[in-house]
Design a protein around this ligand. Structure first.
Ligand code: HEC
Length: 129
């Protein structure tokens, strides 16, 4: 089985790579957060200007990023509350997205306000100045 011998190492290497990517997930560092900050500000102004398309893209990006941050912290028992903060932020971004898709920009604005406040909960404990 020549084919098997050739593909097995490849499959194993693939598994290894996937495993590494999963366990590392994402680094919650200044670079990532500056991106989050830009996207959150852009979301806020898109919602204020009722630019549904741009706002939806920003909200979707925040949902994805905070899902990754959530799983990053969730892997370690000592940062379980950080996973909770990330989850809360992700849910608010999802709530904003839903409102934007329903063209309810008042509800979206309220979700974005709560979202901005939810950043602080995590920073109080996990962001060292
Ligand atoms: C789950 C925890 C968590 C949540 C939620 C969170 N952050 Fe952060 N944030 C951090 C950590 C940790 C740092 C410090 C990163 C570092 O410098 O290593 C940080 C740093 C920052 C910084 C400073 C970046 C710099 O210049 O070094 C900004 C700006 C920021 N966050 C914005 C936000 C915004 C906006 C939100 C909400 C939409 C948010 N963060 C939500 C954990 C979080």
């Amino acid at each position: 089985m020549n084919l098997f011998r050739k593909t097995l190492p490849l499959a194993l290497a693939g598994l290894l790579l996937a495993g590494t990517a999963l366990s590392e997930g994402v680094d919650v560092d200044g670079d990532l957060m500056r991106g989050v900050d830009d996207t959150a500000k852009s979301l806020d102004s898109d919602v204020a200007m009722k630019d549904g398309q741009a706002a939806a893209a920003d909200a979707r990006s925040l949902v994805e990023t905070f899902a990754r941050i959530e799983s990053h912290y969730g892997e370690k028992p000592d940062t379980a509350d950080a996973a909770g903060f990330a989850q809360r932020t992700r849910q608010l971004a999802a709530q904003a997205l839903q409102a934007i898709e329903g063209k309810d920009f008042d509800a979206a604005g309220e979700a974005v306000n709560q979202l901005t406040r939810s950043c602080r909960n995590c920073h109080e404990k996990y962001k060292k100045d």
